[in-house]
Ligand binder design. Structure first.
Ligand code: BEZ
Length: 210
């Protein structure tokens, strides 16, 4: 069965652009974004890998390590990395798993046979430091992903792990958030002494804590 939210992401050891890589050892106690690419030397993937290389400092600021995967061998990845640097103006600065035998793709359900039985779809897994799956996304091969959205979700996950809040639709870091319904108004007075706005008893908004 496909990995679901709350599951523990499985460990693996596989080739990568940085040599043999044990996933849990590499991840340590960081948050992780693991994302798959259908194939080396393909245009959309080339743009995505350049983009994530440029965004790496944003992921690092949030304590997140990024790792890509494509079902081609490491020597192919090395050749592709030169093209990524040349065309995207950014060198690949994170590991790309060389999943030549599809061990990891199968383990993580990245191949959707009714879409393609040879290529992975564009899967994304966000894992917390306990290796728990906190977000899954699946995009078709023809659509490049929005990595700003991933950063936005990570901001929400990290904020809502710390405070008894949830984030509204299209929320961005710094905007007002929602007090979770399990918090009574009595408790809210302690947690949010500066006050909140009660739109409905179940919809109370407050300045972003922290
Ligand atoms: C791409 O990355 O451009 C791509 C890969 C596989 C199928 C279609 C597009």
């Amino acid at each position: 069965m496909a990995l679901q939210l709350g599951d523990i992401a499985p460990d693996f050891t596989q080739d990568s652009t940085e040599g043999s890589l044990n996933f849990y050892t590499w991840a340590g106690d960081s948050w992780v974004v693991l994302f798959s690419h259908p194939k080396d030397f393909t245009p959309v993937c080339t743009t995505e890998l350049g983009l994530v290389s440029k965004l790496k400092p944003e992921f690092e600021k949030r304590g997140v390590k990024v790792i890509g995967l494509s079902v081609d061998p490491a020597d192919s990845h090395q050749g592709w990395a030169k093209d990524i640097e040349e065309t995207q103006g950014a060198a690949l600065n994170f590991p790309l798993i060389a999943d030549h035998d599809r061990k990891v793709s199968d383990l993580y359900g990245m191949i959707h046979p009714n879409a393609s039985d040879t290529l992975t779809v564009r899967s994304v897994f966000v894992l917390d430091p306990q290796k728990k799956v906190r977000l899954t996304l699946t995009y078709p091969a023809s659509t490049g992903r929005n990595f700003d959205e991933l950063l936005r979700v990570i901001d929400s996950l990290q904020l809502t792990d710390k405070h008894k809040v949830a984030t509204p639709g299209n929320w961005k870091h710094g905007e007002d958030v929602i007090i979770v319904t399990s918090v009574t108004n009595e408790q809210a007075k302690e947690l949010f002494p500066a006050g909140w706005v009660e739109h409905k008893p179940y919809l109370r908004t407050v300045k972003q804590p922290g």
